[in-house]
Design a protein around this ligand. Sequence first.
Ligand SMILES: [Zn+2]
Length: 254
Amino acid sequence: MPQRIRLFLWVLFRNKLMTNVERCRRHFGHSSTCPVCNTNDESILHVLRDCVVASAVWHRLAPSSLSPEFYTTNLQLWVINNLSSRVVHPEGGMPWPTLFISTLWQLWKNRNDWVFNTIMLPIAAICSRAITWARYYSGVEQHAPPIASLHNHAWDRGIEILQVQSDCKEAIQMLTSPLANVNSSSLVRAIAKLCNRGWSVDLIWIARSSNQAADALVRRADVSAFDTIALHSPPEFLRSLLCHDISNFSFDLV
Ligand SMILES: [Zn+2]
């Protein structure tokens, strides 16, 4: 494991990971609430196991041969039990402890990307990254996976002119900044690298009210679904929203 992941594991095992509960305890923050679900206190176990995103990821990745106590033990036991497990992951072919740590790391990174950059990866992308990196850590795969190639459906489909719309102004500004390729977030750097490939990519801010079709799709999305779904023609429920969006058109090229 890379040193920073060992350090992360040590800090979390000591119950010192800087969640909102810990920030409140140290008087750095006023709210201990989880920024993802806005429902529970953001303890370490909440971020890494019990919150809606973490829980969906573990239901996808945790082998059925693991003990049902996986979802109920306290933090220290949870870490010890999983690190001493002899289970080999059926899909990834790597020891469960490696995938367990890799998943913890991806969940923590994802939480921070949400808090600091308002970027939230789909469940499938978190799972896929955790597996890919665990393969690399465990030596099943010799070369580090290039993050930018993991989920690049548009490129894989041979699209040459791509328009990406988002209602998050900060995300668009960050991605279109000349400094995007040296941004502190690996996700931003990876996207900047993708944009610089041999194709034309426009990143556009669009008001959510002008893109009700996308908003409706997001609200209907099943958080436990893991595959990318490509829609080649609009489903019935989207037709009236698409008509609305055509006549309520407002976007900026940043
Ligand atoms: Zn939560």
